[in-house]
Design a protein around this ligand. Structure first.
Ligand SMILES: Nc1ncnc2c1ncn2[C@@H]1O[C@H](COP(=O)(O)OP(=O)(O)OP(=O)(O)O)[C@@H](O)[C@H]1O
Ligand code: SF4
Ligand SMILES: [Mg+2]
Length: 469
């Protein structure tokens, strides 16, 4: 499993919603810290289940990941398309900045980024973000004494790479002689870069900087039109099949809307109708639904329409936000089976958000447990059910009734969930944890791998903290 390719990597993701001030005289701006520093990778072809009590920030994470909400802090990097295919403007802007601000970046480098980590006012964050993106684009080349030359060669590589990707799409995958010529140039640039890196490999921090090298797409830096391009790849299925479908459109129109908007097929064409019918067939929707309105159907059928709509653009990644929660239990299993079949057929990756632990156990390869805006435990599905390590996960598992099929949702644990506006200091779970000790009230537990692929944030599982328990 750990060999699987990453599809999405989020690092230190924060989403803080500003609250309305209670009076014009109140000075302090308060924030709902819905996501408060989440780091996580989603692998190609997996179903990643996300669980946690109501209000812990699951939906916010799903929406921020799609950039439906701009994130307050952190990176979200997508690997399903290369930077050459999407051609984001930020790459050129940042590489040119490297050229213009050589001294500044040198200074930042020699301070090992630490001075960029210690404060959190805005300009500082902006600077840190630019530095991080640059470190990803340049890797070990950041140590070159000639950063102007680095900027030049990386810009050259980027320009030619984008040209190759563009020609490849235009020629429908044919390798034309023009592409071949450009590929020779790309090889030549790659070998010049390799030589430059070779000469820097003795620098003390070269390996660390080289490990940062990453050509994924930083979704947080994409413009609106670039994000629109990416919407084809990343889709969402919402919880409520009643309100998420436009009642004024027929089923055919709902499914084809995005296809015509992205110029995949011309509006009203036979190809479009044939394609929509083939997607409907995959999702178990009869042909005659095509010209009917969504309100004429049951919840399960509407959810199939929502799935067909999400699938139409041949996405790679789908966020399923409580996609079956509003349905009857018998319909739930039909829709889950459909999602599983489609995943196999279309090689999809899911982020499956739910508060139903039985569903998540059945469908997920790995599971992440969230509490008050943070991930507290992450492991493969079997491990987390057999060997939950975080006291919060343990309490959730103990709360699953095994016999009552109609009552499988997360039970509210003892004690109130603290406010995400002013969460408890130290471990956020300490106000409800039976094992909490003094250190838990002061120090935020670190995120540690306790076994292969099993991560937990709890002092009790940390050998360095054992004397406190
Ligand atoms: N647009 C918004 N503006 C302000 N606060 C918001 C917004 N969306 C969510 N929140 C707050 O952020 C926190 C997390 O909400 P979110 O909807 O992500 O939780 P959830 O885990 O999906 O809950 P549920 O299981 O009930 O769907 C909550 O305190 C919620 O009130
Ligand atoms: S860090 Fe302390 S309070 Fe938090 S879950 Fe672990 S034992 Fe409980
Ligand atoms: Mg939600």
């Amino acid at each position: 499993m750990s060999q699987q390719k990453e599809l999405v990597r989020i690092s230190n993701l924060k989403k803080h919603f500003p609250m309305k001030k209670s009076s014009i005289f109140s000075k302090e701006q308060l924030y709902v810290k819905a996501n408060d520093g989440i780091t996580l990778s989603i692998r190609e072809g997996e179903t990643f289940g996300l669980v946690g009590e109501s209000g812990c920030g699951k939906s916010t994470l799903g929406r921020v990941l799609l950039q439906l909400y701009p994130q307050t802090q952190g990176n979200t990097v997508y690997y399903g398309k290369s930077i050459y295919e999407v051609k984001p403007a930020y790459v050129t802007t940042i590489l040119k900045k490297l050229n213009a601000n050589v001294t500044k970046y040198k200074k930042a480098l020699s301070a090992s980024q630490e001075h960029l980590e210690d404060e959190n006012h805005k300009t500082h964050d902006e600077e840190k973000k630019n530095f991080n993106v640059l470190a990803r684009l340049a890797g070990g080349l950041m140590f070159s004494s000639d950063l102007s030359a680095v900027s030049k060669i990386l810009l050259e590589q980027y320009t030619i790479g984008c040209k190759v990707a563009e020609l490849y799409v235009k020629s429908n995958g044919e390798i034309s002689s023009e592409i071949k010529t450009l590929e020779v140039q790309m090889d030549e640039i790659a070998s010049r870069i390799a030589t430059m890196k070779q000469s820097l490999s003795n620098e003390a921090d070269f390996e660390r900087a080289e490990a940062e090298y990453d050509t994924g797409l930083d979704l947080t830096l994409l413009s609106k039109s670039e994000l629109r391009l990416l919407r084809q790849d990343i889709q969402i299925i919402f919880q409520d099949p009643y309100s998420s479908l436009n009642p004024k459109l027929t089923v055919g129109q709902i499914i084809s809307e995005a296809l015509t908007a992205h110029n995949v097929y011309p509006k009203g064409s036979h190809e479009l109708e044939d394609y929509v019918l083939s997607i409907m067939d995959k999702c178990g929707l009869d042909k005659y639904f095509l010209h009917r309105y969504s309100h004429q159907f049951s919840g399960g059928q509407r959810q199939r329409i929502g799935i067909a709509r999400a699938l139409a653009l041949k996405p790679k990644f789908i966020v399923c936000d409580e996609a079956v929660s509003a349905l009857d239990v018998s319909i739930q299993s039909q829709i889950i089976n459909l999602l599983q079949d489609l995943k196999e057929q279309e090689n999809l990756t899911y982020l499956f958000i739910t508060h139903d632990l039985s569903v998540v156990k059945y469908i997920s390869d790995r599971i992440g447990v969230m509490y008050l805006g943070n991930m507290v435990e992450l492991a493969n599905s079997e491990d987390i059910f057999k060997n939950p390590a975080h006291p919060y996960t343990q309490a959730l598992m103990n709360a699953i009734p095994t016999t009552d099929i109609n009552n499988r949702e997360l039970h509210i644990l003892e004690g109130d969930i603290p406010s995400p506006i002013n969460p408890p200091k130290g471990c956020k779970f300490h106000t409800r944890c039976e094992f909490a000790c003094d250190v838990c009230k002061q120090v935020n537990p670190r995120w540690r791998e306790i076994e292969d692929g099993h991560f937990v944030a709890c002092h009790k599982t940390d050998p360095e903290m054992s004397e406190n328990f």
